[in-house]
Design a binder for this molecule. Sequence first.
Ligand SMILES: NC(=O)c1ccc[n+]([C@@H]2O[C@H](COP(=O)([O-])OP(=O)(O)OC[C@H]3O[C@@H](n4cnc5c(N)ncnc54)[C@H](OP(=O)(O)O)[C@@H]3O)[C@@H](O)[C@H]2O)c1
Length: 243
Amino acid sequence: MRAIITGHSGGLGAALCDALLARGCSVLGLSRRGNPALAAHFPDSLREVAIDLADPGAIDALVGGAPWRSFTDTDGRIALINNAGMLAPIGPVGQQGGAQIAQAVAVNVAAPLILTDAFVAATRRALDRRVLHVSSGAARSAYAGWSIYCATKAALDHHARAVIEDRQPGLHIASVAPGVIDTAMQDQIRAVDADRFPSVGRFRQLKADGHLQRPEDSARRLIAFLVDEDFGRDAAVDIRDLA
Ligand SMILES: NC(=O)c1ccc[n+]([C@@H]2O[C@H](COP(=O)([O-])OP(=O)(O)OC[C@H]3O[C@@H](n4cnc5c(N)ncnc54)[C@H](OP(=O)(O)O)[C@@H]3O)[C@@H](O)[C@H]2O)c1
């Protein structure tokens, strides 16, 4: 199988990338920093493109370029994992700022939607093609201080629902809340003042009680879900609800 993963440089994306490479998949990793450790360990099966996914012009150049075209040209199985995401701006409406809102919408919504469109256009020959949006419980539960994050993740869920209605041949899509994972994003969550994020205490407690998932464990569950024959039956899924 081939897989394109956004945000493969750290956190959940790095764990997904590592697990797929270890299974023998070819991976195209897209992020700003790249992943030198995985690139050194899997020189033949990991290709990387350094890209700022907040920049739609850079995404246009990517999907018109040779690495994307050769990677998506397959009659086999291929997946796109839209994992890259950002939490900022955190704070109540009125204190968020236009530039930060625009960046969050670009990274969390525009990039996955543009990449999905380009992926489906480029993989018409593929036997089986799958798109996994990494969503969040925040798509379905509203949190004070997270209105931008909540709205952007809800957009991914509804995008998956509508794409299913397009019934494209061989295409399966799902938007998946992965649970609470011990990554840099959680460090960022715990560092915010309660004035800006009133639920911060709950996340500090989850960490203190050892209730965060390890990225490797989350990646294993997400990949099992991605390759399952039922993938795409439900558009919006919480991995914690699956057996
Ligand atoms: N951690 C959790 O508890 C949790 C819970 C629910 C959902 N999620 C979702 O899971 C996904 C991964 O989160 P994480 O916790 O692993 O976050 P993370 O540790 O902060 O990693 C974020 C990844 O996204 C990439 N990224 C961010 N902005 C980018 C940009 N402008 N251009 C290209 N890549 C960009 C980063 O790569 P570069 O910095 O190299 O560009 C990095 O690889 C996100 O979509 C997040 O919303 C996480």
